[in-house]
Design a protein around this ligand. Structure first.
Ligand SMILES: Nc1ncnc2c1ncn2[C@@H]1O[C@H](COP(=O)(O)OP(=O)(O)OP(=O)(O)O)[C@@H](O)[C@H]1O
Length: 607
């Protein structure tokens, strides 16, 4: 490609060379890309006389801790697949980490579209690019990695038209020493010991969807089976990549992702309430039926119904995929060199900023992130949603920007659609859920967690009703529950006041009194405060577990203490809590967990 300056980049023998690990052996040239956490430069590796790309991560600019960043770099070094960007090496310089990678002279598909194809690529190009991406995803998933940021901006093209998936900034590995947010995770280590053996069979089972629904399995499994089940449940994580892959297909087809022109909070709303996006019969007449089908298969709200990468590769759509030569011929014609192209886009963004406008790219990025996050998994992270809501600067008439209102946008029906069969979420649960409170508590007082009774108390920030094993179970819990006193009253009225089919407009405009006010309720029922532990309040009285959780089934209350009856169960619950799971017992032997860091729900059976 013209102006690439690429001497030995890409896959093949070059990757086996020994790259020096001192910054003085590299000469940085122009900037060719910038992400949330890093700036990427074209550079020369002097001893090898090879053009490389160097991603410079500034520890002071990123939110991630050093361990996470180092792990990202290590993951990139271990990667060995022609469709995934690997790192040659990495090293620290002052407060930055330098990651040396093959230079991808074509840049990202997003940049190519922005420069030359603003309305998207033709179908054969899309099929070729996506087939390569899928191969990369299949490799990553097979090795226990979830990319979590599949998008046109992370699909890079080398000078020969080779396609590689880049950016492990937010990727997760189920079998690290821990997930990206929580380094101390013996539970995962436990799983890691035997994952290799079972991994391929998991993938097979998942693809046949045998184990996609927790309640269908036998409750009487031994300990290993339960852990096995936990792993299998987490495999819906991988389906988040498939959702993003579908969105990326639309992005390549149109030049931008769906809803990318809307503010993030509105995108979240639309995501939850609207049918999944897809290729339109009218607008997208030029695209084949097989393309439309392939996209529709990925963009299904229920993750368990999305195909695996391996299965997707067999779709007829990919029969039209061509060679890398085809890509270089099609995409590089008339394309300026990467440095110049990047600079032109940057100048345009700076002009917009000077006019106090958010650059298109930035707007799209925010909206896309929300779009992906909102639907590819359940999102109960209130702080996250609040911060997203605060990003909305220009509000649509129908949408209030106030945090409290923003949080009332949830349509329970939409959320319910995503919930596993048999689990019914109450609106109150989604509104009140506060994982941070639990995490803080766990951090403050770990000894409390090991007690099953107190474990039950820890999860009293929500409100949940559901059915387990065909039995209706409504578990009512209250915010600010004390460690010592967990007395509660059922709040059935709260359900009644919530319109089940409500438009966002109606919800946001509803008078405050019509929407259950959690705080008001808490004030009424709150016992006198005698001590503050973290964000939890300690009140007089003793723990009466049977009152903590109400079973509103006709057969009367179920004793919560049943669920933690044995030491094994206690330990398991405690382990889950320690690992950042929020454990919501809503039946004697069923635990429902939400994992904050990945925003993904896990159902596990503790019997
Ligand atoms: N190896 C490479 N060769 C050429 N350009 C690259 C390379 N790696 C990254 N880039 C360019 O730099 C941009 C930013 O890189 P990257 O996405 O890795 O950074 P990040 O901070 O992790 O981004 P994000 O905000 O997506 O997390 C990419 O979109 C791409 O255009």
């Amino acid at each position: 490609m013209p102006g690439s300056g690429e001497k030995a980049a890409g896959s093949g023998g070059a990757e086996k060379r020994k790259y020096p690990i001192g910054w003085e052996d590299y000469e940085l040239y122009e900037e060719v890309g910038q992400g949330a956490s890093a700036i990427v430069y074209r550079a020369l590796c002097k001893p090898l006389d090879e053009i490389v790309a160097i991603k410079v991560l500034d520890f002071e600019r990123t939110n991630s801790d050093l361990n996470n960043i180092m792990r990202e770099a290590q993951t990139m070094i271990l990667i060995d697949h022609p469709n995934v960007v690997k790192a040659h090496c990495s090293f620290a310089k002052d407060q930055t980490l330098w990651v040396v990678m093959p230079y991808m002279a074509g840049g990202s598909c997003l940049h190519i579209m922005k420069s030359v194809y603003p309305t998207g690529f033709e179908e054969a190009v899309i099929a070729t690019v996506l087939r390569e991406v899928l191969k990369g995803l299949e490799y990553l998933h097979h090795h226990g990695h979830i990319h979590r940021d599949v998008k046109a901006g992370n699909i890079l093209v080398d000078s020969r038209g080779g396609i590689k998936l880049a950016d492990f900034g937010v990727s997760a590995c189920l079998f690290d020493s821990g997930d990206r947010q929580r380094p101390e995770t013996p539970l995962w280590e436990l799983l890691a010991g035997w994952h290799q053996k079972l991994w391929s069979s998991y993938m097979d089972m998942i693809s046949s969807r045998v184990l996609s629904f927790p309640f269908s399995i036998n409750y009487k499994r031994d300990f290993l089976s339960r852990q096995y089940f936990l792993v299998v449940s987490t495999l819906s994580y991988y389906r988040a990549d498939i959702w993003s892959f579908g969105i990326t297909a639309l992005e390549l087809a149109h030049g931008n992702a769906p809803f990318s022109k809307y503010p993030p909070m509105k995108v979240l709303l639309m995501t939850l309430q609207n049918a999944p996006p897809g290729l339109d019969l009218e607008r997208d007449k030029k695209f084949s039926r097989s393309f439309k089908q392939m996209v529709a298969m990925c963009l299904v709200k229920d993750p368990s119904k999305r195909p695996t990468a391996k299965k997707l590769l067999k779709q007829p759509f990919f029969k039209q995929a061509r060679s890398s030569d085809f890509i270089s011929r099609k995409l590089f014609e008339g394309l300026p060199g990467l440095g110049a192209r990047y600079q032109a886009l940057k100048d345009k963004d700076e002009d917009l900023l000077a006019q106090k406008k958010i650059p298109d790219g930035k707007k799209e990025e925010l909206s896309q992130d929300e779009y992906k996050r909102g639907i590819s998994s359940w999102n109960f992270d209130m702080d996250d949603l609040k911060s997203q809501a605060s990003l909305v600067t220009e509000c649509d008439d129908s949408i209030s920007c106030k945090d409290s209102d923003a949080l009332s946008f949830f349509n329970m029906d939409s959320l319910q659609e995503q919930a596993p069969e048999g689990l019914h979420l109450s609106r109150d649960f989604t509104m009140k859920y506060d994982i941070d409170t639990e995490n803080d508590l766990m951090a403050n007082d770990k000894s409390d967690v090991s007690s099953p009774e107190q474990s039950v108390c820890l999860s009293r920030n929500g409100f949940m009703h559901g059915t387990a094993n065909g039995m209706p179970v409504n578990s009512v819990v209250r915010k600010d529950i004390s460690m010592e006193s967990c007395d509660l009253v059922p709040q059935e009225k709260d359900f009644e006041t919530i319109p089940s089919e409500t438009s966002p407009e109606a919800v946001s405009k509803a008078p405050k009194s019509a929407v259950p006010n959690v705080e008001e309720h808490d004030d009424r029922a709150k016992p006198p405060l005698i001590q503050q532990r973290g964000r939890f309040k300690v009140t007089p009285g003793h723990v009466e577990l049977d009152k903590v959780l109400y079973n509103e089934s006709p057969t009367g209350p179920t004793k919560v203490s049943q669920y933690a009856g044995t030491n094994t169960k206690r330990n398991e619950v405690a382990q889950l809590l320690r690992h950042g799971f929020t454990v919501h017992p809503f039946h004697g032997f069923t635990v429902h967990s939400f994992r904050k860091s990945l925003n993904i729900s896990i159902i596990c059976i503790i019997s």
